[in-house]
Design a protein around this ligand. Structure first.
Ligand code: NAD
Ligand code: TDX
Length: 335
């Protein structure tokens, strides 16, 4: 099977490529990645060049996408601008890559009749109140809060419209917050791990009561394969692992891993429009026979800390650039 993986040099996409090549001997992968600041060439280092080829290019490049689509049996579309904070400052990068890029891809997938899996996020549903017992389901109305979430919501709508109007053979998955190796230092968990490794304080936005539903990246990617193999064309599947924790609890746990007081961190400027809580009801994907394997979040966090400790060459440059931008914007709040 020839698989076109967009965004395969980023966090989730590169974990998908590694896992696919090691567990599915009958696969060959072409990664299409623009190698933005979020990509790291080392993410694909050491892979068999007979089975994995990196094409540095943009998903908005109509000719290139058409050429690659003609040689693919399956597309798994991870490529996106993925950081909420950036979308507040530079929304047009998000409409371009996330909306226009998706439309370029599904146009070509329709033309070549290629099976398409669209990677989306739980943020398209907006947020839940902290005391609301509800969780997101495939029927939850779309209600995105940030320019990032709005761009992902728009891309989902285009995929659904192409299924209905053009018979595109597509499925969509909306997953909760991922953690694990090779996540960019701009994101919450790596950022706090790298602060702690540098002997600095973790930085929590606002009150820190915001809840995220954490899932290990390998569990996400296994669910994606289950949906590709067993999902119904045109359907949306929600992926999550019952991993709800507020940001204060995550920082407390990381502090414990480093032998520090759980409550030792700085409160900094809150994110404008900060979503309060995400929570996934994963019944739609569980019904296909998938189940998460990384059920112990604390153990997963400890392994992730060890990965960052053991790979300073992977993150040092990205951390420096990211952290200096953050610190220019952030103000420390009183506790
Ligand atoms: P990431 O930022 O680590 O990686 C994104 C990759 O896409 C990068 O390698 C980047 O170079 C590439 N890319 C960006 N714009 C491109 C373009 N125009 N053309 C080609 N390549 C381009 O992101 P991630 O965290 O790995 O997220 C991957 C996907 O999963 C995204 O679609 C995101 O919305 C979705 N998602 C992420 C999470 C999460 O917790 N990180 C959760 C649910 C869904
Ligand atoms: O320094 C920080 N301090 C902090 O308190 C950072 C970077 C974040 N936060 C908070 C904001 C959120 O409540 O941590 C939580 C997680 O933040 P992010 O890592 O930026 O993730 P989030 O905004 O929840 O979005 C993530 O999950 C859904 C991914 O980045 C998206 O790509 C995915 O779609």
């Amino acid at each position: 099977m020839r698989i076109l993986v967009t965004g395969g040099a980023g966090f989730i996409g590169s974990n998908f490529v590694h896992r696919t090549l090691s567990t599915r001997p009958d696969t060959q992968v072409v990664v299409l990645d623009a190698m933005t600041y979020a990509a790291n060439p080392e993410n694909l280092a050491g892979l068999d060049p007979q089975r994995c080829r990196l094409v540095e290019g943009d998903v908005c490049d109509v000719e290139l996408v058409d050429e690659l689509m003609a040689e693919a049996d399956l597309v798994v579309h991870f490529a996106a601008e993925s950081h909420n904070d950036n979308s507040l400052h530079n929304p047009l990068a998000f409409t371009r890559s996330n909306v226009e890029g998706t439309v370029v891809l599904i146009n070509a997938a329709t033309r070549h009749d290629v099976r398409f899996h669209h990677i989306s996020t739980d943020e398209v549903f907006g947020d839940l109140a902290l005391d609301d017992p509800a969780r997101f389901t495939p029927d939850t109305p779309y209600n995105p809060s940030s320019p990032y979430s709005a761009s992902k919501a728009a891309s989902d709508h285009f995929v659904r419209a192409f299924v209905r109007s053009h018979g595109l053979r597509a499925t969509i998955s909306n997953c909760s917050n991922n953690y694990g190796p090779r996540q960019h230092p701009e994101k919450f968990i790596p950022r706090q791990i790298l602060n702690l490794l540098a002997g600095e304080e973790p930085r929590v936005y606002g009150t820190g009561e915001n809840v995220r539903d954490w899932i290990h990246v390998d569990d996400h990617n296994d669910a994606v394969w289950t949906i590709i193999e067993k999902g119904e064309i045109g359907q949306t599947y929600l992926i999550g692992a019952d991993g709800e924790h507020d940001n204060l609890a995550v920082v407390a746990e990381l502090n414990r891993v480093f032998g520090r007081e759980p409550g030792a961190f700085l409160h900094v400027t809150d994110r404008p429009g900060h979503d309060r809580r995400y929570a996934i009801d994963a019944s739609s994907t569980l019904a296909l026979g998938w189940e998460p394997r990384h059920r112990d979040f604390r153990a997963g966090l400890r392994e992730t800390v060890e990965w960052y400790r053991g790979n300073p060459g992977w993150w040092e440059r990205a951390r420096e650039a990211t952290e200096s931008a953050y610190r220019r914007r952030e103000v420390q709040l009183p506790k």
